[in-house]
Ligand binder design. Sequence first.
Ligand code: SF4
Length: 412
Amino acid sequence: MNCPQSAYLHIPFCYRRCFYCDFPVVPLGDSARGDYGPGSNSIKSYLDLLYRDISLSPKGMPLATIYIGGGTPSLLSSSQVANLLDHLRSHFGFQFGAEITLEIDPASFDKVSLEGFLDAGINRLSLGAQSFDDNVLKQLGRTHSSTELLEACDWIQDNFKIGKLSSWSLDLIKDLPGQNLIAWERQLLKAISIAPPHLSIYDLSIETGTVFAWKLNRGELSLPNDELSFDISKITSQILRGAGFSRYEISNYALPGHVSRHNRVYWSGANWWGFGQGATACPWGHRFTRPRTRKFYKEWIEKEEMAGKLVSFEPTPKSQIINVEDLLIVGLRRREGVNLKMLFKGLGWTNHQLEENINALKMCWEYPLKKGWIKQNGWRFSLTDPEGMEISNQILVQMLEWWESINGCSSD
Ligand code: SF4
């Protein structure tokens, strides 16, 4: 497996924790800033750790994609983003035309800081809009208002039109409490009218320990039932297809030429660097998540520094283990699906094993195959849009149960 050519950098700070979020974030309060004032010391000392973390990695191939995610990375000042990119560039180098994405939240930046991010080298933005409805934003515990969101979209779109940005994405959440078809359609049409070239549409997921989980237990959240959820998914697919978007992954839609290259790296099972507290890296196919708290992250860096190199990621024959579960899941989430022959031949399966095991999988998938929710093209299997994608969880679980049942037999 080749050396990674992609890097993810995690910035864990947010103004406050949204009511549905269970990410490893550090809420710093609504007036937090990266360069001065509330929370800035915490951010600065974290960035120092991040530089040390990057410096530990062996120098490898120049990077083709970089993604600064969080948290709310737009809490950093533009000079902090520039320094971070300089540090990364001087360590690895960047390929010509590298895709460099920054996740940003409305109300955490203004027109001037946006231009500063672009001058620093950011050429793709991912805007956490979530909804254009103020009541919904309040219900989600978001910091921004719809007015601030629309203003942010205008600034971004202006820069996109003059070519200072090569692409940008807008995130929305569907299947929210109390959501109906008309309200959701209005959200989608609003998003389309703004004309982002990429949209990520996530389903609300209720995570343990969140305010939403607490409310759900008390019967205070009325979530769309399966039928409504299916209809919401169906009109999403129809409306976005009509607007020229291609659904290239279950939650991601792009106009031609605007598929996220960085996302593709994750979904293809290729390898990537990951830096920062709680960040997952997968160099040489060896997946590792750094400690999720500042204390343990700092201790981990100190330990690696004492060893004089990044011992957790040293490529060894043993570390070149493909995580098949991940490849199966991410493969089936993509529009082109997953080629099981290619995947399992890589694990050394014989033709006989391949045929026997894939036939067993097809028995598990008998119903969705019969209903046409899974398409088979040779050894390649993919989900149909929207039917297959809407029941993807059941189909993925059936596949994982199949993998678990045969894994012991095939690994000897
Ligand atoms: S802004 Fe994003 S990362 Fe931060 S708490 Fe809200 S959902 Fe979580």
